[in-house]
Design a protein around this ligand. Sequence first.
Ligand code: J9Q
Length: 252
Amino acid sequence: MRFDIVTIFPAMVEQALAAGIVGRAIQRGTLDVKVHDLRAFTTDRHRVVDDVPYGGGPGMVLKPEPIFRALDAIGSEGSGRPLVVLTSPQGTRFSQEAAQRLAAAQRLVLLCGRYEGVDERVRERVDEEMSIGDYVLSGGEVPALVIVDAVSRLVPGVVGDERSVAEDSFSRGLLDFPQYTRPAELAIAGSRPLKVPDVLLSGNHAEIRRWRKREAIARTFARRPDLLAGATLDQEEQELLRELLAERSREM
Ligand code: J9Q
């Protein structure tokens, strides 16, 4: 899969992409990511990318011409029309479902917006406008990196172990169960050791699976009850949820 990222902070984006699973996939050639400096598409001496808003008001607005030129240049590279995504607070919410949809594209262009805004006419060339959540950021670079990361993990060969993608908590619609690693008893000065639940050391895989399901459901119920409505629960998980709800109502 090919990503083109248009930004006024190319060095920051390049640095972030060089690390971790995405960085390794780029090195291997499983992903092709090109970062474009918006200033390279200006034509004036001072390489100006923004201007004051018509009608007045605070802040600066990204000018349309450098963005149109960047999109034209990117579109004429390679083959097929890329899907153009603008990151902005006005976008629809990015989600695992949105990541799956975007992962079906051969080519994705991510246009990093600015806090103050982007000239409205740019939207003529934008297929999707996406927000990663309701908080104020100074620019769309971090949201674009979030989208690249989440979409890349769905590209075959990017994540080494395909099982971890399939079993990913959000793909299943539940939060993850608690994870432990060695030591089985963690010594704590002046208090009792912190122990790993016995069931995980038991070697009883049916019991372990059931314990993990119960924990995942209990956590989701406690922390993100909104997720339960959209979760696909198997027979055993539905029973565990009913048990949990019955326990709760007895405690009330
Ligand atoms: C461009 N706050 O915030 C959340 N998702 C996207 C954004 C965003 C922002 C400012 C500029 C994107």
